[in-house]
Design a protein around this ligand. Structure first.
Ligand SMILES: Cc1ncc(COP(=O)(O)O)c(C=O)c1O
Length: 413
């Protein structure tokens, strides 16, 4: 009731300010204030918010954004007992034959009636252990929401980001969490200061949602798109891929402001020679965004910084088998000041990491389950170093079947 009354008063005050500020209107002589309801509103103009606006960043987020992975207070780093037990037993557990139905049932929660799940490329099946860890965190969240969100969740998130950064050969400072690759691509594209006549390079094999992101940004800025048209045979041949990109860079010239290329094309699922393409783009002065939506968990020995791109994103909920809603964005240090999350929230002004860590209240348990997925992948790796290869073989096999029946662009996944 008190809150409602305050709201009505505040609205009335706002209206009275507007009324008196209409151009050409002389403020009416007000009768002397007799009660608090006729008090003059106190207003403050912030004409230069870029310089003069000071956000109220919550202390817990400022702290979380400043943590180095090794500085996270130990008492906040909680580990699900199921994960602890898994780590202890991992060696024994993975004496299972990889690919066997028994192994599949241990690893995944897939319906027994639908055991041959190859399509982690659309929405990966989640590791059973990760689901268990996620639901453990969810219980903690509901037991004490404030403490969880502002302490345990932040600590777990910072730790998980550092772990995954290590997994992809990157520094923890250069990796931020996002919910999916689409959000990362949107954030990167929104950070470009596009102008009339600029060009964004994509191809007919670029993922449709990514193509649309580029199209919307270009249309809004009066910029254009340069679309590389691959034939299926081009994509199967590295030299032809490189020649196509060389031609596109020559055609776009200095107007090109960004090149977007897939690390693993979603269809057909071929691995592009990303490092060579990045090198050509660098020589041409064109920044590259690598869409590695299918890469992490599928390609072995990733070392993102060595690829030579400016931006890299990968879903973790495809081939790393995390719960849905976990993806990473890696940004070269030279561009981190410019790249902002799409959602402005409590981290405003805290820099690259602080701004991405919190984008409004959300369920970040998919990210908190990332260490569990890393533990499973590590155990699989020990069992069979080429497990990632096996994933890739599965994808190539699908590609070969599909390639014999279709032409590009084929499907969205
Ligand atoms: C190459 C590629 N990029 C981006 C995406 C988008 O992923 P998400 O929907 O998780 O953002 C996909 C999804 O299949 C994809 O295959």
């Amino acid at each position: 009731m008190v809150v409602a009354a305050w709201g009505v008063k505040a609205a009335a005050q706002r209206l009275s300010v507007r009324h008196n500020q209409l151009p050409g209107r002389t403020p009416k002589q007000r009768p002397r204030a007799t009660s608090s309801s006729s008090k003059q509103p106190v207003v403050r103009f912030i004409h230069r918010p870029d310089r003069d606006y000071k956000p109220n960043n919550p202390k817990w987020l400022v702290e979380a954004a400043s943590w180095k992975p090794d500085d996270i207070p130990q008492e906040l780093l909680l580990e699900c007992p199921a994960l602890t037990a898994f780590k202890e037993q991992a060696a024994a557990m993975f004496t299972l034959e990889l690919g066997s139905s028994e192994c599949r049932q241990q690893l995944f929660a897939l319906d027994k009636a639908f055991p041959h799940y190859l399509n982690h490329g659309s929405y990966g099946a989640t590791f059973r252990l990760a689901l268990e860890v996620q639901s453990w965190y969810r219980q903690l969240m509901e037991q004490e929401p404030v403490r969880f969100m502002e302490t345990v969740a932040m600590a777990g998130l910072v730790r998980a980001v550092a772990d995954v950064a290590g997994f992809v050969g990157a520094s923890w400072q250069d990796v931020v969490p996002v919910v999916n690759a689409t959000a990362a691509v949107n954030a990167v594209v929104a950070s470009l200061q596009l102008g009339r006549g600029d060009l964004l390079l994509m191809s007919n094999a670029t993922y449709p949602a990514v193509r649309s992101t580029l199209a919307r940004a270009a249309a809004a800025a009066g910029a254009g798109l340069l679309e590389l048209s691959f034939e299926l045979e081009d994509l199967m041949d590295e030299e032809r891929v490189l020649a196509c990109f060389r031609g596109a860079l020559a055609a776009g010239g200095r107007r090109l402001k960004l090149a977007v290329l897939d690390h693993v094309v979603s269809f057909p699922p071929v691995v592009l020679p990303v490092a060579q393409i990045c090198s050509m783009c660098r020589d041409a002065g064109v920044p590259v965004l690598v869409d590695g939506a299918h890469a992490v968990g599928s390609l072995p020995d990733l070392a993102l910084p060595s690829l030579g791109c400016t931006y890299y994103t990968s879903n973790l909920h495809k081939w790393m088998c995390t719960p849905k809603g976990a993806a990473l964005l890696w940004v070269h240090p030279s561009r981190q000041d410019a790249v902002k999350p799409l959602v402005v929230s409590h981290g405003y002004g805290l820099g690259f990491r602080g701004e991405f860590l919190w984008q409004g209240t959300a369920d970040i348990t998919p990210w908190l389950a990332v260490p569990a997925c890393l533990a499973v992948l590590q155990a699989l790796q020990q069992q069979r170093p080429s497990v990632a290869q096996k994933h890739a073989e599965g994808k190539l096999c699908i590609a070969t079947v599909a390639a014999s029946t279709s032409t590009l662009p084929l499907t969205t996944h």
